[in-house]
Design a protein around this ligand. Structure first.
Ligand code: PMP
Ligand code: GLU
Length: 398
């Protein structure tokens, strides 16, 4: 039946992060002893007051269609959140609530990309950006970053990559998969390049904004460089910070013409995101915020443990990050050491089969020679995983 499948869809790869998480879950369900460090989702339960808001919404009958772009209550909560957390002002007609930040990004790309338009994506990147760009008819232009610059694109690299066809730049800080964070000075330098190129938009994917432990305050791109506001698309949501991955609520804040185009697409595809999840997301943004710090403190402790444990294993080198919940480790020396593995994809398969630990290879993030380890899971699980990886590597030398 393959002849029935559209050519474009044939070119798209399934999400590697989701594939690894599903594979680990399947093996576990089949009774195998597998530790899943593939999934990019917090292990914490959604805070009680947020769950209660959803239960109340059901009991109050908030079970019907809502406005396509989100309820007035949630939009007001987002407006207040953007002011409180990010020091930026948006109106209701500059916001679109979607089914997760992933959906917001999908809508954006389809709303602004014409065939052949270029989208600049610094690598390592979140696996979905290039495939979503392809689906929207655009061309991904990948900027290779280096570990020496903490996997961050420089303003000079950006400037050298922009062409007449560039439509959009994608930034993600704190980054999935590297955990690295752009400093204010680095962001200002990038904004200056964007300012000098009036035909270019910039999307900032801020989904990990609360999971941050760097020294410098994390500053929103629009607050930092207000002159660009009309050409910045802020994307954020509740999945990571509030441990709400399954609820599927994200949002975009941007110039109203861009939001109107995105809303039109959404009105012809999914309509509104789940009404009950919207009530829960409103409670997340408006309710007590102390859960954010509690979760981030736990993640920082896990980060420190995992990065140190990885660096103690022969053939693995891992930079410390300042946020998100991933360790992104250079395994090129381990691949050299392992006679049976030629690349990171084979190494990840070997780790699953020999150590029973599921990680995501670097290749789908545009970073061959690396693996991504999610530490959004309990300390006991992480300790067991590190023991297993260390043993499997030591056994190689025997
Ligand atoms: N951006 C990045 C960088 C991510 O890691 C994720 C994780 N799924 C998303 C966007 C989408 O998040 P969600 O759709 O769950 O809001
Ligand atoms: N963003 C998470 C990850 O990278 C969740 C899965 C996905 O949507 O990619 O693992």
């Amino acid at each position: 039946m393959n002849e029935f499948i559209a050519d474009l869809v044939k070119k798209v790869k399934p999400s590697a992060t989701i594939a690894v998480s599903m594979k680990a879950a399947e093996l576990k369900a089949a009774g195998q002893d597998v530790i899943g460090l593939g999934a990019g989702e917090p292990d914490f339960d959604t805070p009680g007051h947020i769950k209660q808001a959803a239960i109340d919404a059901i009991n109050k009958g908030q079970t019907k269609y809502t406005a396509v772009d989100g309820t007035a209550e949630l939009k007001q909560a987002i407006i207040d959140k953007l002011k409180r957390d990010n020091q930026v002002d948006y109106h209701a007609n500059e916001l679109l609530v979607s089914c997760g930040a992933k959906h917001s990004i999908f809508n954006l790309l389809n709303a602004v990309i014409n065939p052949g338009d270029e989208v600049i994506i610094p690598a390592p990147y979140w696996v979905s950006y290039p495939d979503m760009t392809l689906l929207a008819g655009g061309e991904s232009v990948i900027v290779q970053t280096t570990a020496d610059n903490a996997f961050k694109m420089t303003a000079a690299q950006l400037s050298a990559t922009i062409t007449d066809k560039t439509k959009l730049i994608i930034l993600n800080s704190p980054s999935n998969p590297t955990g690295q964070v752009y400093s204010q000075a680095e962001l200002v330098a990038i904004c200056e390049v964007v300012q000098a190129n009036p035909h270019v938009l910039i999307m900032t994917d801020d989904i990990y904004e609360h999971i941050y432990w760097g020294d410098e305050p994390l500053t929103n791109l629009v607050a930092l460089f207000p002159a660009l506001k009309d050409r910045v698309i802020l994307v954020n949501g509740v999945s990571k910070g509030y441990a709400m991955t399954g609820w599927r609520i994200g949002f975009a804040a941007a110039n109203k013409d861009i939001i109107t185009a995105m809303r039109k697409l959404q009105s012809q595809s999914t309509s509104n995101p789940c009404s009950i999840s919207q009530a829960a997301a409103a409670a997340a943004f408006s309710g007590p915020q102390d859960c954010l710090q509690t979760m981030t403190d736990a993640l920082k402790e896990r980060h420190d443990f995992v990065v140190q444990a990885l660096n103690e294993i022969d053939g693995i080198n891992c930079l410390s990050g300042d946020g998100a919940f991933y360790a992104f480790a250079d395994v090129t020396a381990l691949i050299d050491l392992h006679k049976g593995c030629d690349n990171d994809v084979e190494l990840a398969t070997w780790l699953l089969e020999s150590a029973g630990v599921a990680v995501v290879p670097g290749t789908p993030f545009g970073a061959p020679g690396y693996i991504r380890i999610s530490f959004a899971t309990g300390m006991d699980v992480l300790e067991a995983a590190m023991v297993r990886i260390k043993k499997a590597v030591n056994d190689l030398k025997d």
